[in-house]
Design a binder for this molecule. Structure first.
Ligand code: 5GP
Length: 190
């Protein structure tokens, strides 16, 4: 999506060749008008899929997911991050390896909110190695829900998480796909 690529080129900052800082518009300060355009694009791409729920992961996915949910007129569920693995029976849980912090944590969601009647669109800000997205897919499938697909704002395609998940048959629609981040701070798109 041209608009998002232009915003990344204008305001994104490459940190250490692997992390892209987008806190000027996506995950700290939020450009709401831009997110509305992303949401409209996901609505166009997933039109007719009878989505009943948007699922994301706290924290930076929540704002994007809520605006997307307005387009689809469905509720948002966000997977909560917890440190302990000692959790109750009426919860769905999956493990995530954090790309930005390097640690491992569990995400949980209530079985009340992800059910066999749900057709879920997963929304997140970034896709890198795919751990967060795989965990969200696992929560859906453990709850018996159908994963319609994933809408990702920025995919770092050179990190291969997206390709591995697509190869398993899931639909992943990333609106900006980065093929390379260079040490001089320049960014290339697929
Ligand atoms: P993955 O699990 O696919 O390796 O990483 C996805 C998660 O890590 C996203 O939810 C996002 O919060 C974070 N993330 C991955 N890469 C980046 C990045 O380059 N910049 C920022 N700001 N977050 C990232």
């Amino acid at each position: 999506m041209k608009l998002l690529e232009e915003k990344i080129l204008k305001d994104g900052i490459v940190l250490s060749g692997t992390v892209l800082k987008v806190d000027k518009f996506l995950n700290h300060q939020i450009d709401v008008k831009l997110i509305c355009e992303l949401a409209k694009e996901w609505k166009r791409l997933f039109e007719g899929e009878n989505i009943t729920k948007i699922l994301t992961i706290e924290a930076s996915g929540i704002g994007i997911a809520c605006i997307t949910a307005l387009e689809f007129d469905v509720p948002v569920v966000y997977a909560k991050k917890i440190k302990s693995s000692n959790i109750g029976d009426d919860l769905l849980s999956a493990k995530v390896v954090s790309f930005t912090h390097g640690n491992t944590y569990n995400v949980i969601a209530s079985k009340d909110f992800i059910t066999k009647d749900d057709r879920v669109l997963i929304i997140d800000d970034f896709l890198a190695n795919g751990s967060a997205l795989r965990a969200l897919i696992k929560l859906c499938e453990a709850g018996g829900a159908t994963v319609v697909g994933a809408g990702i704002a920025i995919e770092k395609a050179y990190q291969k998480g997206g390709d591995a998940i697509r190869n398993k048959g899931y639909r992943v629609e990333a609106l900006a796909r980065i093929s390379k981040m260079n040490s001089d701070g320049t960014i290339e798109f697929c």
